[in-house]
Ligand binder design. Structure first.
Ligand SMILES: NC(=O)c1ccc[n+]([C@@H]2O[C@H](COP(=O)([O-])OP(=O)(O)OC[C@H]3O[C@@H](n4cnc5c(N)ncnc54)[C@H](O)[C@@H]3O)[C@@H](O)[C@H]2O)c1
Length: 238
């Protein structure tokens, strides 16, 4: 039981990689706060694993402040934070509205920043943060520029935060998944159209959850500011 008695907040915890992470953490003894825009789905996951549900739209700063206040009230402190929620758009740059770019950046990059801003001070010494990035931070396709930019920024944020949180005894790392079998993958029209090719193996959410839990655990006690690729070798291929 690597996480017995530890408190963790997982964003986007109601489906896909986030849900698998909530389940794995709970199975290893953690008390989990499941944050999602989909409050009903978050409630289902929370009920199943004996955690708490926090419905919130991460594009709203006030929703993140409210989530921090809820954690402070429920638990007082936090041990782990997993910033996993993300959103995508599928339009060429020449047809992308500023508002759409802003929403992707708000959910995928500003929210992880604001979660550190409002919850970081509550994370106890020995705690850790994991950001869920993507192979798109390193290599991408047409029509997903805001998403690719948000993930590149998230990896830079990971490094910057690791420096500021090291004196507090809190590690900050990222996981960069390749294609994983989740609703987000199947909702991606670039996959359906063949703009993004799925040539290698497709991962399971549990495989990404395992990497996230490794980075949260003591076994990764010397890792901070790192990005762990978990992509079935996708980025290694020419
Ligand atoms: N599935 C893949 O192939 C893949 C590949 C690389 C990276 N990722 C990353 O993995 C993470 C999880 O994605 P997934 O594939 O499990 O997708 P998913 O669609 O199953 O889960 C995304 C979650 O984020 C939540 N969410 C989205 N917008 C939100 C908002 N504004 N406020 C609050 N919650 C919001 C959704 O409710 C959902 O719970 C994302 O960061 C994604 O970029 C996924």
């Amino acid at each position: 039981m690597r996480f017995a008695g530890r408190h963790v907040l997982v964003t986007g915890g109601s489906s896909g990689i986030g849900r698998a992470t909530c389940e794995r953490l709970a199975a290893e003894g953690a008390r989990v706060a499941v944050l999602s825009r989909d409050g009903a789905a978050a409630g289902d996951v929370a009920q199943r694993i004996g955690g708490i549900a926090i419905p919130a739209d991460l594009a709203e700063e006030t929703a993140i402040q409210d989530a921090a206040a809820r954690i402070a009230k429920e638990w007082g402190t936090l041990d782990f934070l997993v910033s996993n929620a993300a959103t995508m758009t599928f339009t060429p740059i020449l047809e992308t509205e500023a508002a759409d770019f802003d929403r992707v950046i708000a959910v995928n990059l500003r929210a992880p920043f604001l979660l550190l801003r409002y919850l970081g001070g509550m994370i106890r010494r020995g705690g850790a943060v994991v950001h869920v990035s993507s192979v798109h931070a390193a290599a991408t396709t047409a029509n997903v520029a805001p998403y690719a930019a948000s993930k590149g920024g998230l990896e830079a944020l990971t490094r910057a935060a690791s420096i500021e949180f090291t004196p507090r005894g809190v590690r900050v790392n990222a996981v960069a998944p390749g294609a994983v079998e989740t609703p987000m993958l199947r909702a991606n029209p670039n996959i359906a159209s063949g703009v993004e090719k799925l040539e290698g193996p497709v991962g399971r959410p549990e495989q990404i959850a395992a990497a996230i839990c490794f980075l949260l655990s003591e076994e990764a006690g010397f890792a901070t500011g790192a990005v762990l690729s978990v992509d079935g070798g996708r980025l290694a291929a020419l």
